[in-house]
Design a protein around this ligand. Structure first.
Ligand SMILES: C[S@@+](CC[C@H](N)C(=O)[O-])C[C@H]1O[C@@H](n2cnc3c(N)ncnc32)[C@H](O)[C@@H]1O
Length: 295
């Protein structure tokens, strides 16, 4: 059913009413854009020029119900609209998986600048969640074969839908596996030229300090990495020497204060070319290493 256009000034009055309930204007404008197709620039045009009409894709009453759920129930907006933007695509998002974070977008760039996209090879995305990393790798490395792993079957189903929709060509070249880290990939051990991993890395003791929007909604399997936050990271690094090909690259994201520990774990595991990369805020957020060519 087509919706009527919105009168001049109506959205601004509506915004004021919603913000009085709480939340940030940044989040409210994101919701208006994603849920009703009302961008900030359309709002401005409508404000300045009464002949510029806004035609929402969803009524403001329906958007208000979502905002209420966000404010009263701490539900992330991405779960409410079921979508989120990440790199140059828009993913389906459900509470089965972590909402992909902007810093993880950089992990893809750091990985891709270290591999030869023109070659053939095998990549893996361990802990794929929504499939965000797998889609980015599948698109950038069309000649390679991909393997995405997760312990959660529900997350894998979501990743499958996202891969089929957003990267149909590479979906046929990406196998999905349910299991723990390297374990389901045993038949391919020794073949992986690239592993990109965003493991659960928050120390469990920090649970009470987390924003309730995160703590009460996103899967704990995707967030917490045991007492020191490093349980999953240790398992991934421990398996790298068997699973990577000689010279194969491992790129891991970690908590803002884990850089020294993760780099040390990589050195102890006998990996080579151990280095860090920083996120957009200048924080050492990624650890990168290679399996030695000679072992
Ligand atoms: C931090 S989330 C990352 C999700 C996605 N890669 C991203 O960057 O948005 C960690 C993922 O690891 C998965 N996971 C947790 N334990 C696992 C295990 N033992 N083996 C495989 N995956 C696991 C979780 O289900 C979750 O999807």
């Amino acid at each position: 059913m087509a919706l009527n256009h919105i009168e001049q000034g109506e959205v601004f009055a509506w915004r004021k009413k919603q913000l009085a309930k709480g939340g940030t204007s940044e989040n409210l404008d994101w919701l208006l854009d994603f849920a009703a197709g009302i961008s900030w620039s359309d709002l401005q045009k409508n404000h300045i020029d009464s002949r510029f009409f806004i035609y929402p894709t969803q009524s403001l009453d329906q958007v208000e119900l979502m905002w209420n759920e966000h404010i009263e129930g701490n539900v992330p907006l991405q779960y409410l609209v079921g979508r989120c933007s990440w790199r140059n695509f828009e993913l389906e998002i459900t509470p089965a998986a972590l909402i992909p974070r902007p810093e993880t977008e950089l992990l893809i760039d750091f990985a891709l600048e270290r591999v030869d996209a023109g070659n053939t090879g095998y990549w893996t995305d361990l802990g794929t969640g929504s499939g965000a990393i797998a889609i980015a790798l599948g698109r950038a490395l069309p000649k390679w074969q991909g393997h995405a792993v997760d312990l959660s079957n529900d997350a894998l189903e979501l990743a499958r839908r996202n891969l089929q929709k957003l990267s149909p060509a590479s979906a046929t070249k990406c196998l999905l596996h349910c299991g723990s880290w390297w374990e389901p990939l045993k038949p391919w051990w020794g073949l992986f030229s690239l592993a990109v991993v965003n493991p659960p890395y928050i120390p469990s003791g920090l649970m009470s300090e987390l924003d309730p929007v995160v703590r009460e909604n996103e899967p704990h399997l995707a967030l917490f990495g045991g007492e020191d936050g490093l349980q999953a990271t240790k398992e991934v690094i421990d398996g790298a020497n068997n699973a990577l090909s000689k010279g194969g690259l491992l790129c891991i994201e970690h908590h803002h204060d884990q850089s020294d520990f993760v780099l040390e774990l990589m050195v102890e595991a006998g990996l080579d070319n151990v280095e860090f990369e920083k996120d957009l805020e200048g924080v050492r957020r990624f650890a990168i290493a290679r399996r030695p060519c000679l072992n």
